[in-house]
Design a protein around this ligand. Structure first.
Ligand SMILES: NC(=O)c1ccc[n+]([C@@H]2O[C@H](COP(=O)([O-])OP(=O)(O)OC[C@H]3O[C@@H](n4cnc5c(N)ncnc54)[C@H](OP(=O)(O)O)[C@@H]3O)[C@@H](O)[C@H]2O)c1
Length: 271
């Protein structure tokens, strides 16, 4: 990563998260960032020391070896058309736009262009993102490795075939919203049982964080961890019984299925 020139088209929240994470992980890097909004460019120059800030997307493509496209999905085709003639063989194009397939990206670029697609999620903004990565027709395993290294500066990633990217959208892409809803439900429950809102929210969020770290760091199956805290005839099993009556697990599975199907549908309509 540190011997590559890296460019961002779009200086929004996601680009900022990646620049912050990469600088923290790798130290000074050769970076360039473009955006129409000069306030955003000022943020990259003043807070992160990026000297190559510009309103001209073409300059970023000319400069960089790896170009990360971090604009809203609906303007991706226009951006690609704007820079396509500058995308030479040695450039790697990385898209983080939700729902835009590698085939759509490749269609707007010269034959043979190396494309990698990433589905990020917003906890990348605090260095705890979860990413799905897939390759286009011409990207190599070295390209995938490089993108994984970049993504892992702000979270963890899995590499999948593109036919799994909608499932990743349904699980980890939209997932933070499900978890916020769960945290809010736990906090409401705490308030209902007499805790203050501030304390209930703090305890609920930390409980989700702690349980998640237990799963990731111990490698123990979640249901084994559940059994470990479930005393016979204790409090936890009473609560689990109530969750089961409400079809908790089945509801979560249906939610992810619905989001995956919606992502599939949106992907088809954007082709
Ligand atoms: N945020 C998430 O949770 C999330 C999760 C998964 C995937 N993603 C994907 O990540 C991508 C970026 O998301 P984000 O949240 O970082 O978006 P964002 O904060 O809106 O950033 C996009 C930036 O691109 C700028 N822009 C608009 N038109 C441009 C143009 N023609 N040339 C150059 N820059 C232009 C925007 O400026 P203006 O604001 O002035 O228009 C904005 O500063 C999206 O494709 C999204 O699908 C985001």
């Amino acid at each position: 990563m540190d011997n590559k020139k890296i460019g961002f088209i779009g200086a929004g929240n996601m680009a900022e998260a990646f620049v912050k994470g990469m600088l923290k992980a790798a130290g000074p890097l050769d970076l360039a960032v473009s955006d129409l909004n000069t306030n955003r460019l000022d943020v990259f120059r003043n807070q992160y020391g990026v000297e190559g800030v510009t309103k001209d997307n073409r300059k970023v493509v000319e400069y960089a070896d790896v170009i990360i496209i971090a604009v809203k999905p609906q303007i991706i085709p226009a951006i690609l058309d704007e820079v396509a003639d500058l995308v030479l063989e040695d450039k790697l194009i990385v898209s983080i736009a939700a729902g835009v397939t590698t085939a759509t990206i490749e269609k707007h670029l010269p034959d043979g262009t190396r494309v990698v697609r990433v589905m990020p999620n917003t906890p990348a903004l605090v260095g705890l993102g979860a990413f799905g990565i897939c390759k286009g027709n011409n990207a190599s395993s070295d390209d995938i490795e490089l993108v994984e290294t970049m993504m892992n500066t702000v979270g963890i990633s899995v590499v999948v075939g593109e036919d799994r990217m909608d499932a990743i959208t349904g699980l980890s892409g939209s997932g933070p919203a499900y978890v916020y809803t769960f945290i809010d439900a736990l906090a409401d429950a705490g308030v209902n049982m007499g805790l203050t809102r501030v304390n209930a929210t703090k305890l609920a969020a930390q409980t989700v964080l702690g349980a998640a770290v237990m799963v990731l760091e111990t490698g123990i199956h979640p249901m084994q961890l559940k059994d470990n805290v479930t005393t016979p005839a204790g409090t936890t099993i009473c609560a689990l019984h109530e969750l089961d009556k409400g079809a908790f697990k089945s509801t979560v599975m249906s939610a992810v299925e619905a989001a995956t199907k919606k992502a599939e549908k949106l992907g088809k309509s954007s082709k």
